[in-house]
Design a protein around this ligand. Structure first.
Ligand code: ADP
Ligand code: ASP
Ligand code: MG
Length: 417
């Protein structure tokens, strides 16, 4: 008997029939003698619908109120799943984040989990109940409801698994594992049986939305065995088979010996690029530009500064596309005149495409191969950044899918028959 955390995404919870299937799957695990904590997302499309309602009322809705609204989607899901389990004769109890409580900081719409209290949930598990906890939400010190950012139920699940020292965290979703790239974009994408924690962290941070980045961070920090698998299989398939399916995130590099140099291609359409033209090239300028941006709680991603010409230089960086306007405002207000930039330009039509693989550590020429592939497709590279195991480029977003397909092929990632 073990404690297992199971997370079910929006599609998996998308209809009453699917929720009944989730209940059948959970009941199977419970009947086999396991303790189960389930962390469901809102039903598919529901979070978008809720946030859309707020945006119909205001262009700039208060983030605290957005969280109040968005968190309701998950509350419906846990209630429905508890009812479905009870209908199968399984004792179950649902909790909203604040009831557990799952404590977070107060960064509305992107809060971080700080602590999870165990007492109530442990009591229910000991009483042989299935416990169902809302994904995506928590509560801050002032009792405000918070949410963890889009896709945040993954993080709730892994954090719960860490807090309760679960034997495994199973992330049930609408694909049967982590692929070499999004199978919706490249039909030849191949499922990986295992992926190293480091690669998964890069893929998630570079835009593969199969797992939210913070869930992978939690998995790494607390060494939570985490597996991504399909919720769309027969819910009654034998547990021994289920537990070997999908993709396991591994913390052991040697399980990985035979892998290719590149494991996957990630992409992200959510980037926006800001360029400050002709800023003086002197010490402190980067700090003067990015200091106010950081103070406004805006995450900066890629940064480049050109060679200086006649004492001035161009400075570009990217932020989340949703924060492009806010960033521009900050720069116009507190940076432009202070440092004397000639002009500030914003480009919302960019995308980031990245190749990831721990094999890059021992192979040279991967960057060149990537740039050649993009050149062969006539795609211009606007920005480049590299780390030990990834290369990312910013390109015009209209070429994003073309770039992903070309790179997937160039690095030999297609289905091997
Ligand atoms: P859920 O609602 O279950 O959280 P998501 O839509 O958030 O599901 O994540 C699953 C989706 O992630 C898949 O349907 C797939 O289109 C997308 N995806 C992106 N990159 C990958 C990848 N490398 N492997 C598998 N799926 C990916
Ligand atoms: N329901 C939330 C979202 O749509 C959280 C999640 O699905 O993980 O972003
Ligand atoms: Mg998700």
């Amino acid at each position: 008997m073990a404690l297992i955390v199971q997370k079910y995404g929006g599609t998996s919870m998308g209809t009453p029939e699917r929720i009944k299937n989730v209940a059948r799957r959970v009941a199977k695990w419970h009947a086999a003698g396991h303790q189960v904590i389930v962390v469901p997302s809102a039903m598919a499309g529901e979070t978008n619908r809720l946030l859309g309602l707020a945006r119909e009322i205001s262009d700039r809705p208060d983030p605290r109120e957005l969280d109040m609204i968005a968190a309701t989607g998950e509350q419906v899901s846990v209630g429905l799943l508890a009812i479905a389990l009870k209908a199968l004769g399984v004792a179950a109890r649902s909790y909203a984040g604040w009831q557990v409580p799952i404590r977070t900081d107060s960064s509305f719409t992107k809060a971080r989990i700080e602590a999870i209290e165990a007492t109530k949930v442990k009591g229910d598990l000991d009483a042989d109940m299935v416990v169902i906890i809302t994904g995506f939400q928590g509560v801050d010190e002032q009792s405000n409801i918070t949410t963890l950012g889009r896709g945040g139920s993954d993080t709730s699940a892994v954090a719960v698994a860490a807090a309760f020292q679960a034997r495994e965290c199973l992330i049930f979703t609408d694909v049967d594992g982590v692929y070499t790239t999004d199978p919706r974009i490249v039909s030849e994408a191949r499922r990986l049986k295992v992926i190293s924690f480091e690669e998964m962290l890069e893929l998630a941070s570079l835009g593969s939305k199969v797992l939210q980045i913070r869930s992978v961070e939690f998995a790494g920090k607390y060494k939570v065995p985490t597996r991504v698998l399909s919720s769309l299989t027969d819910p009654l398939i034998p547990i021994e088979e289920e537990i070997r399916s999908g993709t396991l995130i591994t913390f052991e590099e040697d399980e990985h010996m035979e892998q290719a140099v590149i494991s996957g291609i990630a992409f992200n359409r959510d980037e926006g690029k800001i360029t400050l033209l002709q800023v003086p090239d002197r010490p402190g300028v980067a700090f003067q530009i990015l200091g106010p941006v950081a103070e406004a709680n805006i995450d900066v991603d890629m940064i480049i500064q050109n060679q200086s010409v006649n004492g001035t230089t161009d400075f570009s960086f990217t932020v989340h596309r949703n924060e492009l306007d806010k960033t521009l405002e900050v720069l116009e207000r507190s940076v432009k005149n202070q440092i004397g930039a000639r002009e500030i330009r914003a480009d919302a039509k960019v995308a980031k495409v990245s190749a990831v693989g721990i094999g890059m550590r021992s192979h040279v020429g991967i960057a060149a191969q990537m740039f050649e592939t993009l050149f062969n497709e006539g795609i211009n590279i606007q920005m480049i950044s590299t780390s030990e195991i990834k290369i990312s480029v910013i390109i015009d977003d209209k070429y994003m899918e073309l770039a992903v397909r070309a790179l997937h092929k160039a690095f030999g990632l297609e289905q091997s028959e």
